[in-house]
Design a protein around this ligand. Structure first.
Ligand SMILES: *Cc1c(COP(=O)(O)O)cnc(C)c1O
Length: 430
């Protein structure tokens, strides 16, 4: 047997494993398709209601006064998110910047921000900062900060939350997605329960949700279950792989206006801001987002089913309900983790020849390895994988604009693990 033949045989063996996983996951796939379908209709209905037309795709220049495309895009987003108002802009440079504008918009010195879902996502640590850090962080400005850690099983510490709410608690922070943590993500229903319980204690509290990676994975969004303020990135789910940059904030009219004042200037808010050439991809991306999110979620389910079959621990498990794109696989060893991420990169249409290595990325506390062979730099509705190089060596993969790409990525990564002698595939019986 020659080498080429061996390679072909191994690939076929892996395809056979994927086939078994797909058959097992069939009921989950059907549910995901249904959600994508409903969300597609919801988006089209919002487009129809606001009579989106070709001329809305032409962006303004200069101040961007009376940019009809921008105004309608905000309305479409607010409808889709079931919120009173929304602001969608290319001027938000990233998810972190968008979240930062939302929080700085509504918090004032002396107010407290209370995160109830444990430590927030890595890049937010510097936004929250430390008192006197001289960086203009929230705490540097005199905003108080506290967080309620999750329980050992990853659940919410209800007693801890109830005890932590004080008269100065102005914003309750919730992170929907697991981010880089080995915990469950919070479903929209669970977020609704948090809203009800914290508002029962302090009715005027503003509930904020970091919705990154969550959009369109469920039938409803957090703003449809009482959340006051929510933010996300357009190079993740709602940009549909087409938006080239930007973020969105949705929520109550007052909270969105406060965030808009922070993004531009008090008194100016969302009334200005040239959209340049960004509108068409933002509209078309939103139109495509429900479908692409569905494809990506199916890819995550396949990855979970396959890696579980091979004896790895995954979160969520393949049959668990989904509320975000992220699939975590616990490798336990650095070389396995690195080979997996490199395998995802190898499967990319862009930069497949690049071999990612761990590096000190700005805003992150450990070295991070990232596979991002994407059309949009860092776009993570596209197939990508990230992992901080720390115990217990968990890979977080997400995205895939087509299921076929996600599947190809998972198989390529598995292939690399086998080729390097890191895992052994047992013969399977169909
Ligand atoms: C991606 C992400 C962010 C930050 O977004 P960036 O665009 O990377 O700045 C914040 N929170 C969560 C949960 C995320 O997934």
């Amino acid at each position: 047997m020659n080498e080429q033949h061996d390679k072909q045989k191994l690939w076929e063996q892996l395809e056979g494993l994927a086939d078994l996983a797909e058959r097992r996951a069939e009921p989950s796939f059907r549910k995901i398709d249904r959600i994508a379908e409903r969300n597609q209709w919801k988006v089209i209905e919002a487009f129809k209601r606001h009579q989106v037309s070709d001329f809305h795709f032409t962006g303004s220049t200069g101040y961007g006064y009376n940019d009809r495309g921008r105004e309608i895009l905000d309305l479409v987003y607010s409808d889709v998110m079931g919120a009173e108002a929304a602001i969608v802009r290319p001027h938000f440079v990233s998810g972190t910047h968008t979240i930062s504008c939302a929080l700085f918009g509504v918090l004032r010195p002396g107010d407290q921000l209370l995160y109830v879902t444990g430590k927030p996502y890595d890049t937010l640590h510097k936004v929250i900062g430390k008192p006197g850090d001289g960086k203009g962080s929230l705490q540097d400005w005199g905003v108080k900060y506290a967080e309620v850690p999750l329980l050992h099983d990853g659940g919410l510490d209800w007693e801890g939350i109830e005890n932590a709410i004080r008269p100065e608690t102005k914003v309750i922070g919730i992170q929907r997605s697991r981010g880089y943590d080995w915990r469950a993500s919070f479903t929209v229903a669970e977020i609704g329960e948090i809203v009800a319980r914290v508002k029962a204690i302090k009715p005027d509290v503003i509930v904020f949700v970091d919705n990154c990676y969550g959009e369109f994975t469920e039938l409803e969004e957090p703003t449809q279950v009482g959340v006051d303020l929510m933010a996300g990135s357009l190079i993740k789910n709602p940009g549909g792989g087409l938006a080239e940059t930007g973020g969105y904030i949705a929520g109550t009219a007052a909270a969105v206006e406060a965030a808009a004042f922070r993004l531009t200037a008090p008194g100016i808010g969302g009334e200005v801001g040239a959209m340049l050439g960004t509108l068409r991809p933002m509209y078309q991306g939103l139109f495509l987002a429900p479908h692409f999110v569905g494809q990506a979620v199916k890819g995550s389910v396949l990855a979970a089913a396959l890696f579980e079959e091979l004896g790895f621990e995954t979160k969520p498990r393949w049959e668990d309900p989904r509320t975000d794109l992220i699939q975590a696989v616990r490798f336990g060893q650095a070389d396995h983790l690195i080979a997996f991420v490199q395998g995802i990169q190898q499967a990319a249409a862009v930069d497949s020849h690049v071999v990612p290595e761990p590096w000190d990325m700005p805003g992150y506390e450990n070295e991070v390895i990232m596979a991002a062979g994407t059309f949009i730099q860092g776009g993570s509705l596209e197939l990508s994988a990230d992992a901080p190089i720390r115990e217990p060596y968990i890979a977080y993969m997400q995205g895939g604009l087509t299921y076929a790409h996600a599947k190809y990525g998972v198989l390529t990564a598995l292939y690399r693990l086998v080729e390097k002698g890191l895992i052994v595939i047992k013969p399977y019986i169909t």
